[in-house]
Write a protein that binds this ligand. Structure first.
Ligand code: PEP
Length: 254
């Protein structure tokens, strides 16, 4: 049985005071959760606040990106070791917004995954197809290329220390969620692709669903056999909504 992971992706939202309130709210409401792992991936400037306010709680801290390099003259970048220094456990890699707006591709994402694991972080590798790709029947080849392009570069063994998030691009921030059946089919496809290379890594691999997961749809998504948690964007900006999703994970894990 894989322990569910519910991770919030705050994206570029919030202020110092709203981040403080949200972190305090998540800590206050997550005390009773024992079967579900909870994480919040906050913007870089709030990492220190996160480190302070999550201390002593079971809520893990995460970041949303890191540099492809380990250090040096890379103005404006943040290294994996810096994230680890602030107590991060997780870092999101290859989110579709970064692929689309910042030109990330399998080569740079593979470098980021390596930098993350070298720094003791657990990367959350995002994959997913656009609506156009889905409608053209290209969903499986697209996901396969996103996974294979990374596996070829870092090796399948690295997936023992990686989480995957399946995030259909058409469901991110749109209010359109994949149906539990649609999501399960892709999760099973991803697990099968990894299993073809290493069955035991595939069995332990957590595959999170992301794309308009909300309190109202979380339970049926999380009930699917290959959905091991959620990467939550919009709903993670409300402590109540985020905690309701965590509770759905907890009840299913019970
Ligand atoms: C995300 O961007 O990781 C995400 C899942 O966003 P939302 O929940 O808002 O669709």
């Amino acid at each position: 049985m894989r322990q569910p992971l519910i991770a919030g992706n705050w994206k570029m939202n919030g202020s110092k005071s709203s981040a403080e309130a949200l972190l305090n709210g998540v800590v206050a409401g997550s005390g009773g959760l024992s079967k579900t792992e909870v994480a919040v991936c906050v913007p870089f400037p709030y990492l220190h606040l996160g480190e302070q306010l999550l201390a002593g709680s079971s809520v893990r801290l995460g970041a949303q990106n890191l540099c492809t390099e380990s250090g040096g003259a890379f103005t404006g970048e943040v290294s994996g070791s810096m994230l680890a220094d602030f107590g991060c456990r997780y870092v999101i890699c290859g989110h579709s917004e970064r692929r689309e707006y910042y030109g990330e591709n399998e080569a740079s994402i593979a470098q980021k995954l390596t930098r993350a694991t070298e720094s003791g972080l657990t990367p959350i590798l995002c994959v997913g197809e656009t609506l156009q790709q889905r409608e053209a029947g290209e969903m499986e080849p697209v996901i396969a290329a996103q996974i294979d392009g990374v596996v070829e570069r870092i090796g399948i063994e690295a997936f023992a220390g990686i989480e995957i998030a399946y995030e259909p691009v058409w469901a991110i921030g749109t209010g359109k969620t994949a149906t539990p059946e649609q999501a399960q089919a892709v999760h099973a496809y991803i697990r099968g692709r990894i299993a073809a290379l290493n069955g035991s890594i595939a069995e332990k691999l957590r595959i999170l669903y992301g794309g308009s997961m909300k309190p109202g749809n979380a339970a049926e998504l999380l009930a699917q056999p290959d959905i091991d948690g959620g990467l939550i964007g919009g709903a993670s900006l409300s402590a109540d909504d985020f905690l309701a999703i965590c509770l759905a994970g907890e009840q299913l894990a019970a």
